[in-house]
Design a binder for this molecule. Structure first.
Ligand SMILES: Cc1cc2nc3c(=O)[nH]c(=O)nc-3n(C[C@H](O)[C@H](O)[C@H](O)COP(=O)(O)O)c2cc1C
Length: 182
C-alpha cells in the first residue's frame, strides 16, 4: 500500500475538554485539544500555551479541572476556545461547583468533571506540559447505566486533527463487553 506523508500529529480524534482554573480568584475556562490520560488514567497530561490567561491560575493554585462538555454546550465551548479570560468573563457562562481541592472550578452543566492537582510542569517553550493527578471524578447520574458510564449518554464533542480541524459526535458502539469473555 502506498502511503502519503501528512503533516501533524494524527493521534486523533480526541474529546474536546474545558480546562478550568481560578485566575485572580475568579473561575476561567479554555478549550484544550491536546490532552491525554497516562499511567492507566491516574494522571492527565496536556499542552498549555504560555500566553493563555488560564495558565496564571494553574501556576498560582497548582490545581485545575477537566470538564467534558456535551454537544448541547457547543456555543459555550466555542466561546471558551476563542475568547480569552483577559477580556471576557467565561466563568459567568456556567453554574460552577468545587470539590475536594476547593480551587479547581468545575462546570455543573458538563456531564463529566475531574479535579486535578498539578504534579509537574514541563517547559516546552512556547508551551507548558501540565501533568496533573486526578483527585476525584464526577458524573451526571443520567449518564450511568447500573453505575457504569455509558458514553452514548454523554454526547461528547470530538475534535479531529490532520487538517480536518472540525468537531464531530460519537458514533455507534461496535463492541460488546460480553463478547470479550468468549
Ligand atoms: C479545538 C481547540 C483546541 C485547542 N487546544 C488548545 C491546546 O491544546 N492548548 C492551548 O493552550 N490552547 C488550545 N486552544 C486555544 C484556547 O482554548 C484559546 O486560545 C482560549 O481562548 C484561551 O483562553 P484563556 O486566554 O482565557 O486561557 C484550543 C482551541 C480550540 C478551539
Amino acid at each position: 500500500m502506498k502511503k502519503q506523508e501528512l503533516e501533524g500529529n494524527l493521534l486523533s480524534p480526541l474529546p474536546v475538554v474545558l480546562v478550568g482554573a481560578r485566575v485572580n480568584n475568579h473561575p476561567n475556562f479554555l478549550v484544550i485539544g491536546y490532552i491525554c490520560p497516562f499511567d492507566f488514567g491516574k494522571y492527565i497530561f496536556f499542552s498549555l500555551y504560555k500566553e493563555r490567561y488560564t495558565r496564571i491560575g494553574i501556576h498560582e493554585n497548582m490545581t485545575f479541572s477537566v470538564n467534558i462538555p456535551s454537544i448541547d454546550l457547543l456555543t459555550e465551548t466555542n466561546i471558551c476556545g476563542n475568547r480569552s479570560g483577559r477580556d471576557f468573563d467565561k466563568g459567568s457562562l456556567f453554574d460552577i461547583f468545587y470539590g475536594e481541592l476547593k480551587t479547581a472550578p468545575m462546570i455543573r452543566e458538563c456531564p463529566i468533571n475531574m479535579e486535578c492537582e498539578v504534579t509537574e510542569i514541563l517547559d516546552y517553550y512556547p508551551n507548558d506540559g501540565i501533568i496533573g493527578r486526578v483527585v476525584k471524578s464526577y458524573v451526571d447520574p443520567k449518564c450511568l447505566i447500573e453505575d457504569n458510564l455509558d458514553w452514548r449518554k454523554v454526547h461528547p464533542i470530538i475534535w479531529a486533527t490532520g487538517g480536518d480541524f472540525n468537531f464531530y459526535q460519537l458514533g455507534e458502539r461496535v463492541s460488546n463487553e460480553e463478547d470479550k469473555n468468549d
